[in-house]
Design a protein around this ligand. Structure first.
Ligand SMILES: NC(=O)c1ccc[n+]([C@@H]2O[C@H](COP(=O)([O-])OP(=O)(O)OC[C@H]3O[C@@H](n4cnc5c(N)ncnc54)[C@H](O)[C@@H]3O)[C@@H](O)[C@H]2O)c1
Length: 283
């Protein structure tokens, strides 16, 4: 099946980034948000990042105009009927995603592929809300989607080879670096990274080290390009806590539970870069 038109459900941080990547790779995108203003905000964000690309001579003005011309916004899921692939990037909530997939199953008939960008939910449980779980995959992009090359392409026990291979090839067409993965909690990166980052946070209190020094230790001792505290600030304290709780709930290892220090930062509204204050202060 040739993919020409891609539906993106939810145009928040991830959905807008995924839509941008698809547009830049030459695909038509139908973006669905719950309110028209949310969709317009996403279009403005994509416009802004593409304009920066033009300034930096990564694309021409004509290419930018053509990319934006391929974007259609809607609040109606029914407008995704003629998409060959739908990527869902709505709220990280199983009930929301199951309801969406139940509707998408009726609206976008096979062989269209239905993909979820969930970070921490079970793709199998999402697929079970459809009558056609063989065409459901995970396509887990990383934030910011236009910048980070990895896409974890996740298959459940019921995903067909055809759906999986089409999704994998599509990620390659986007210029991404897809990695195949089975539907297990945290997939690859979060399964490894979340407990590791939580350990870094625990070291702050156990060894009485400053965030600056933990970051220096991991940058200069392990050659990490960014320190763990700066990375959690970038991810967002709330996003990291949510993913930690999900992983802890699924696998039960103590290291996966969010450290008290992060819960406190969340209660105080210090969510990292997006609020200007996390482990570090941002302008
Ligand atoms: N933020 C990250 O670092 C990151 C990374 C990888 C994956 N994810 C996953 O991507 C998904 C979206 O996360 P986000 O950070 O972009 O969240 P976000 O809150 O920025 O965006 C979610 C968007 O979905 C919209 N939405 C909610 N319900 C909807 C519905 N029924 N139909 C259409 N739109 C709906 C909201 O209006 C909002 O704009 C989640 O599953 C999350 O786990 C997030």
């Amino acid at each position: 099946m040739k993919i020409v038109r891609v539906g993106v459900v939810g145009l928040g941080t991830m959905g807008a980034g995924i839509a941008q990547v698809c547009l830049q790779a030459g695909f038509e995108v139908v973006g669905r948000e719950v309110e028209p203003e949310h969709g317009e905000r996403a279009r403005e964000r994509i416009d802004h990042y593409l304009a920066r690309g033009v300034e930096k001579e990564r694309l021409t003005q004509d290419e930018k105009d053509a990319a934006l011309g391929r974007l259609t916004l809607t609040t109606e899921l029914a407008d995704l009927a003629d998409c060959q692939l739908v990527i869902e990037a709505a709220f990280e909530d199983l009930a929301v995603k199951r309801e969406l997939f139940g509707e998408l199953d009726r609206i976008a008939p096979p062989p269209a592929i239905l993909a979820t960008n969930t970070s921490a939910l079970s793709v199998t449980q999402i697929a079970d809300a459809t009558q056609t779980p063989e065409r459901v995959v995970g396509m887990h992009f990383f934030n910011p989607a236009p910048v980070l090359p990895l896409v974890e392409v996740v298959r459940t026990a019921r995903t067909s080879d055809e759906a999986f291979e089409t999704a994998f090839a599509f990620a390659q067409q986007l210029g991404k670096e897809p990695v195949a993965c089975n539907d297990t909690p945290g997939f690859i990166v979060n399964r490894i990274l979340i407990p590791l980052l939580n350990d870094c946070v625990r070291v702050l209190d156990e060894a009485r080290v400053s965030p600056e020094d933990v970051d220096r230790a991991m940058r200069f001792g392990v050659n990490w390009p960014i320190g763990p505290c700066a990375l959690i600030d970038l991810i967002g304290i709330d996003v990291h806590v949510h993913a930690s709780e999900a992983l802890h709930g699924a696998l039960g290892e103590e290291r996966m539970a969010p450290p008290e220090r992060l819960l406190e930062m969340q209660r105080e509204g210090n969510l990292g870069r997006k609020t200007g204050q996390g482990f570090f202060t941002y302008d």
